[in-house]
Design a protein around this ligand. Sequence first.
Ligand code: LMR
Length: 334
Amino acid sequence: MKLRTLIAGLAAVTFSVAAFAQQPIVIKFSHVVAVDTPKGKAAEFFAKKAADLTKGKVKVEVYANSALYKDKEEMEALQLGAVQMLAPSLAKFGPLGAKEFEVFDFPFIFDDYNDLHKVTQGPVGQSILKKLDAKGIVGLSYWDNGFKSFSANTPIKTPADLKGKKLRIQSSKVLEEQIRSVGALPQVMAFSEVYQALQTGVVDGTENPISNLYTQKMHEVQKHLTLTEHGYLGYAVIVNKKFWEGLPADVRGQLETAMKESTAFANKIAKEENEGALDGVKKSGKTTVYAPTKDERMAFKKAMAPVHAKMADRVGKDLLQSIYKETGFDPNTL
Ligand code: LMR
C-alpha cells in the first residue's frame, strides 16, 4: 500500500513537472500601430521566427493598434513587467529620461535611409540603446519606419502655411521646438487619439510617415498632405531587462537570432510599405498630395535649422556632433 502511494505520488510529480516544462514562455509584445505597417508586420515576423527557432518554447503574443496600452502606458507596463517587449518610436523615450533618443527627431538630420543606417547600425546607435540599461530596459535593435510629412486641411507649400496651426506630435521636446520653429503650436497626444482629434478639429494637422497616416485613415480627415519628409520616425525594440536576463541562455540566443532576422525584414520592407501607402492615399482621392520643389523643401530646412542649436544641450552636443560626422549634415551651411 505504501509503495503504491509512493509510486502514485511520484507519477503525479513527474506529470506536473512535464506539464510545467511544456508551458511556453510568453512574451507579450504591445504596439500602437496597425498590423499592416512596417512595425506591425515586423512584430508578426518576429513572433513566427521566435516560435520556429525556439521550437515552440517561446510564444510571442502581439497586441497591435494600442489594444493593450497607449503610448505612455506601454512604457510603464514594460518597466513593471506587465508586457515584456515593445517597439516604441524613438521620439517617445524622452519622458523616460533617455533624452538622447530625441537626437533622431532633429529636423532634416538624415537625408535618407543610408544616412540613418550609418547611425542605427553603427556604434553611435548602440551607445544610445545602452542608455536604457539604467531604466531596467534592454534595447535590442532599431527598426525602420520612414520620413514624416505634414498634413492639414489647408495647402502647405511654405513654412508660413503652418503658422498658428495646432499640430499633433509625439512626446518629444525636440519635436515641440521643431513645430514652434515654423510658428505652429505643438500638441502632444497619444497615437490612438490622433484620428479623432483630426476629425473633430481638436488639432489642425499632424506629421507622420505615410504608412501611419494611411493605415489610421488620417488622410480621410485631412485635405492636404505635403511630402516634406522633414524628419525621421523609427523604433527601438526593447525588452524588460529582468525578464530578458532571466531567460535560459539558449532561448535568449535563439531570440537574439530571431530579432536579427526580424530587423533585416523590418528594414527591407519599410520603404516599400511607405511607398505603397502613398499610392493608397493618392488612389483614395480624399487628400491632395503635394510634392514640394527643391526650393520649397529648402525653405522648410532653413526655417527649422535653428532647432539644432537650440536643442543640442538636450541630447548632448557631443552626441549631436557624432551624428553630423556620420551623415555629413551641417545646419550652419543652410
Ligand atoms: C506616433 O505616435 O505618431 C508614432 O510613434 C506611432 C508609431 O508607433 O509609429
